[in-house]
Design a protein around this ligand. Structure first.
Ligand code: ADP
Ligand code: F6P
Length: 474
């Protein structure tokens, strides 16, 4: 069988060096969650950035490289200037906010960030060439690497190249703001298959390619530079069996019981997100405040838990955002806390998956209310973990997952009143309504898991490519 080379900015593990101690920890985020399975099954290589190894001794570095090799991981090293320009500056300071429609957060003026983005994309293309063997399939991922497909195509014209975007592709009117819009589109079109989470994102891409490059709009296939580029909607998902296994695990269940006991009869409403400004955490907090204001008799009957995983702490907008969230939580707890308890338990840390699943099992209500999210896997993880068909999911209309999980309580996260009312509605939902909704949600998540996602994409990649018919041909 041909090998699968997975290429993403971040490897499935990240190396941390802290005062002489080195740890290799699983990376957080939806991309890694979804690709772990295909990587293990296909036994190929995963190329990506391992984190900062600069402060490691020679011996520590060799040890880390051995461990990466055992995992089939090939490090692509970045200097600290590149981390600050390519990753913090361009990927997370320009593409991330633009593609999430947060135009006011864009930093467009630092041209050197774009230059660094281009150079690092070249480095990734070269790293692929160094490992490539004829017959390999190359699967490149996400907004950090949009130029790599075309750079690789130039170096290996007959390579089988797939590209998948894990974040939304914005409406053409927003995308066209990007000064480097043409390069980004041409970069992605170097692939044989370009995948998106939803048909809406695919539509935006096609319309942008028509506006910016003058291509004939076609939702399935674009004719580009003498090749056919197939476009597909492949909603990413999770390894359901792994969540079911954890949800049945005695230790995980005992931890869930402990969390419930510590809530002393209160219902638990949970949020689990990277601490990212797209995830809608401040508006969620404001909705909680509105709910507490409106429902005095429920104040002592609910506990809100927000688990927030630290992320991109060197990007200014994230540091500022963390301050805003801390202040809001402090204000609400100050107003509604008692000597016994506070309404919001805010945990700013990473946690092993077993701990996250214990929280999913303990939660009566799960709140997933991003302002915009390519897919969002947390909501699918919650559904997969609720093996007894209980619990209620409150889900933002602006998460890609809302196109699939239609039995959730769908909300507009900008509408604080509506979110506050939906919290109340979720808390009083009858067990029979919970069961009907959760069974339908579980059916969909179980049948559309990460295995199916990668299988569909790779199947299309297998069949893709070819030359478009000449104009006027029969
Ligand atoms: P994104 O890719 O933007 O981070 P997703 O919802 O698609 O968003 O994926 C987030 C992933 O990170 C999920 O698999 C989730 O379980 C994991 N995760 C979120 N918060 C934590 C945390 N505090 N500790 C560990 N993993 C977390
Ligand atoms: O899904 C978007 C994404 O950027 C992924 O590429 C990654 O899994 C996740 O968010 C975490 O981001 P970062 O790698 O910047 O910590």
């Amino acid at each position: 069988m041909s090998r699968l080379l997975i290429v993403s900015n971040r490897l499935p593990v990240t190396v941390h060096a802290d005062q002489g101690d080195v740890s290799v920890v699983p990376s957080a985020g939806g991309l890694v969650t979804a690709l772990r399975g295909p990587h293990e099954r296909h036994g190929g290589l995963w190329l990506g950035w391992p984190g900062d190894l600069a402060r490691l001794t020679e011996e520590q570095r060799r040890d880390v490289e051995d461990r990466l090799e055992q995992l089939g991981a090939v490090p692509v090293h970045l200097t600290s200037a590149e981390v600050s320009r390519y990753y913090d500056g361009f990927s997370n300071g320009v593409l991330w906010p633009l593609f999430h429609y947060l135009v006011e957060k864009l930093h467009l003026d630092a041209r050197h960030n774009w230059e660094s983005y281009r150079e690092v994309n070249e480095r990734f293309a070269e790293a692929i060439v160094a490992r490539y063997r004829p017959g390999d399939r190359v699967w490149i991922h996400d907004y950090q690497l949009t130029l790599v497909p075309a750079m690789l195509r130039r170096r290996i014209p007959d390579a089988r190249i797939g590209f998948f975007l894990h974040i939304p592709f914005p409406a053409a009117e927003v995308f066209r703001i990007l000064p480097w819009r043409e390069q980004v589109l041409r970069g992605m079109l170097g692939a044989d298959v370009v995948g998106f989470h939803t048909t809406a994102y695919r539509y935006h891409f096609v319309y942008s390619a028509a506006r910016v490059l003058g291509l004939d709009p076609d939702l399935e296939t674009l004719a580009y530079e003498g090749r056919r580029v197939r476009l597909g909607a492949y909603p990413v998902s999770i390894d359901v069996d792994e969540f079911v296994r954890l949800a049945r695990d005695e230790e995980v269940r005992a931890e869930a019981r402990r969390i419930r006991e510590s809530a002393r009869g209160r219902k638990i409403v949970l949020g689990v997100d990277r601490l990212d400004y797209t995830k809608g955490i401040p508006r969620r907090m404001l909705a909680i405040e509105r709910f507490l204001e409106r429902e005095p008799e429920l104040r002592s009957k609910v506990r809100f838990i927000q688990l927030a995983v630290p992320t991109r702490e060197n990007v200014d907008a994230y540091a500022e955002f963390r301050r805003v969230v801390n202040e809001l939580v402090g204000r609400i707890n100050g107003s509604y806390g008692t000597l016994d308890d506070v309404p919001i338990h805010f945990l700013h840390r990473s946690m092993p998956m077993a701990g996250v699943v214990a929280l999913y099992l303990a939660a009566d209500v799960m709140m997933v209310t991003p302002l915009r999210d390519g897919m969002n896997l947390v909501c699918k993880e919650y559904v997969a973990s609720r093996i007894d068909d209980t619990g209620a999911l409150v889900l933002s209309e602006f998460a890609g997952a809302a196109a699939e999980l239609i039995e959730a309580l769908l909300v507009n996260p900008h509408d604080i009143d509506a979110v506050a009312s939906t919290i109340q509605r979720a808390l009083v939902m009858s067990p029979s309504e919970q069961r009907v909704r959760m069974q339908a949600l579980r059916r969909r998540v179980v049948t559309h898991d990460a295995h199916r996602w990668s299988h569909r994409f790779l199947n299309d990649l297998e069949r893709a490519g070819g030359v478009p018919p000449a104009v006027g041909a029969a």
